[in-house]
Design a protein around this ligand. Structure first.
Ligand code: GLP
Length: 257
């Protein structure tokens, strides 16, 4: 595997603000859809402007091309809370339906997520990881960054090759995601199912998207410290298909000339 510095110009792209980041990322997603790629999709506030920009691009296409892209849509989301399904406002299934599924009129089966309502979460995680493999893996994996360095819900400590699994969420993460649960961290489910660092690193291309000054320090550590279980996103370093798009605020702790 060819290792390239995470700060090299072809890897890291710094945009002025979150809106500009969203435009660049939506361009990449549209190109991937045109190639018939299998997308790995992510949730979180970072992705709201990204999906808004993608919806606008699709709306601007001539209707036959838009129809063909939507008919060929193939995606797997990274993660879902255990115990929540599409009817729950805080679920990632609901988030994806609101952001993409409903406005684009995608068939329910096109936007795949782990089933948070499955009776046996470890078995569901194995099934989901297998479904990703059977589909030929992910061509382009979109990733946000947790405040504790998680990607998907791969909470630290996490090895480089963790498989899709169910796991307990950390307090930091439940705090980070509390806004979707009336601001109460205790209302955030305690468990989730996530694609592992194994499936994520097996994706042919990775697109890490980070915005806001609050993530500047964790981004710096994930890109510049030696990869370690303490910072799951640090395992992305050296992936030959890694691209990182950030705004100036998130880049503020990076040693860029
Ligand atoms: C959740 C998701 C992560 C995402 C993170 C970032 O924890 N499981 O995949 O990276 O949110 O959230 P935000 O974009 O809201 O900061």
């Amino acid at each position: 595997m060819i290792t390239r510095s995470a700060l090299a110009p072809g890897v890291l792209q710094v945009e002025p603000d979150a809106a500009a980041v969203a435009e660049r990322v939506a361009d990449t997603l549209l190109r991937a859809l045109r190639r018939g790629s299998c997308l790995g999709l992510a949730t979180g506030r970072t992705m709201v402007p990204v999906y808004g920009a993608l919806r606008r691009r699709l709306a601007d296409l001539p209707s036959p091309e838009r129809g063909a892209l939507l008919a060929g849509w193939r995606s797997f989301n990274l993660d879902e809370y255990v115990g929540l399904g599409p009817a729950d406002a805080g679920s990632f299934a609901r988030f994806m339906a609101e952001q993409l599924g409903d406005p684009l009129g995608l068939p329910a089966a096109a936007l795949r997520l782990p089933d948070g309502l499955a009776a046996d979460p470890p078995a569901e995680a194995r099934r989901y990881g297998e479904a990703v493999r059977r589909a030929g893996g992910i061509d382009l994996q979109l990733l946000g960054l947790g405040n504790n360095g998680h990607v998907g819900f791969n909470e630290p400590p996490c090895p480089a090759d963790a498989p899709c699994r169910s796991l307990a969420l950390s307090q930091v993460t439940r705090q980070q995601n509390a806004a979707a649960f009336g601001g109460d961290p205790a209302a955030v489910p305690a468990q989730a199912i996530t694609l592992g660092t194994a499936e994520i690193r097996a994706a042919r291309r990775l697109l890490l998207v980070v915005t806001g000054a609050a993530k500047a320090e964790v981004l710096r550590r994930c890109l510049l410290e030696p990869p370690s279980a303490a910072l799951p996103a640090s395992w992305l370093q050296g992936h030959p298909g890694l691209r990182i798009v950030v705004d100036a605020a998130a880049a503020s702790q990076l040693p860029l000339s």
